[in-house]
Design a protein around this ligand. Structure first.
Ligand code: FES
Length: 317
């Protein structure tokens, strides 16, 4: 491969493995899938949680699982496969009892994500996208999990393990191997990947409120805003708000050389010397822009979104 070719870190992003026809789906599972479908006004909306239950039972999205979902939802198997092969949380090959994901996207990489992945690979004796021979662990290189403020992060059975180091990762694997209890850094006890998949299918494990939904790093911006009295745009933004914001003139920016200034005055009053980089960085923002920023509707974020982004995958579901 040359330096200019694309190398996929997701070799599983192909089709469903039709060679492996094994399945543990029985009538009890079909009844649970039917119950999930009944929760939605349009039953096809239930496909994603149903696929999580298929994974909890079969360890991956199985051919039998696809056929059952298609039958229960009155859609084609191709439609089910289309969803199952689009999202990276749906597996084409069986996961281990504990599924580990290591984030190597930019911010985690800067904070040591690649070194973390390398140490986990060495510890488990497998590469990313593989499963250990005893079926205890599977490993995946994951993309940003919206937990950059705790980088580098790992996921174990979709639970966050924040601010990881190679040494902490080794200890975590030793504890899970020995069957010792391990808690996510955000509270919930780690059980198994299959159990977590059942939660994503909508079956409560009683841990939804275990631990905080947002840690200090996630709340730092909110605290700074509170100290300065900064607030966001109240309520939803309407088309009228956008039009008025666009029509409102922005705060005037002082001009170094007024257009009306006569050439003589400009010559008599030379332009100020450019400040050094350090001095420019130290120069405070103009007070008017900080205290009364010009409304920018496209960048305004409703308050509720900051809290949502800090939730765990289970809570987000
Ligand atoms: S880059 Fe790893 S969580 Fe965002």
């Amino acid at each position: 491969m040359s330096d200019h070719e694309f190398e996929s870190f997701f070799p599983q992003s192909g089709s469903i493995d039709m060679q492996d026809q094994s399945s543990a789906i029985d009538q009890g599972v079909i009844d649970q899938l039917t119950a999930i479908a009944a929760r939605y006004p349009q039953k096809r909306s239930a496909l994603m949680p149903m696929l999580h239950l298929i994974q909890a039972v079969d360890g991956r999205v199985s051919p039998r699982g696809i056929a059952v979902c298609a039958d229960l939802l009155d859609i084609s198997e191709a439609q089910v496969s289309g969803v199952a092969t689009f999202y990276t949380m749906y597996r084409r090959r069986p996961a281990g009892k504990h599924h580990i994901g290591v984030c190597t996207t930019a911010l985690c990489a800067v904070m040591g994500g690649d070194a973390l992945l390398e140490r986990v690979e060495q510890k488990l004796g497998i590469s990313a996208e593989q499963t250990t021979a005893d079926g205890l662990f599977s490993l995946e290189r994951i993309e940003c999990n919206a937990a950059c403020d705790f980088a580098p992060i790992m996921m174990v059975n979709w639970e966050f393990m924040d601010n990881m180091t190679p040494a902490k990762a080794e200890q975590l694997i030793d504890d899970l191997t020995a069957g010792r209890p391990v808690a996510s850094t955000r509270g919930p006890q780690l059980t198994s990947w299959a159990d977590s998949e059942r939660v994503l299918a909508g079956f409560d494990d009683g841990q939804a409120n275990a631990g905080p939904s947002a840690g200090p790093a996630s709340l730092a911006g909110v605290q700074v805003a509170a100290q300065h009295g900064w607030t966001g745009v109240p309520g939803p933004i309407s088309p009228t708000d956008i039009e008025s914001a666009a029509a409102k003139p922005k705060a005037a920016t002082p001009k170094a050389q007024p257009d009306s200034a006569p050439p003589k005055a400009a010559a008599a009053k030379p332009a100020p010397q450019p400040a050094s980089v350090e001095a420019q960085q130290a120069t405070p923002e103009p007070k008017a822009e900080v205290a009364q920023p010009t409304p920018e509707p496209t960048t305004a974020v409703p308050k509720a979104r900051s809290a949502k982004s800090a939730k765990t995958p289970k809570e987000a579901k």
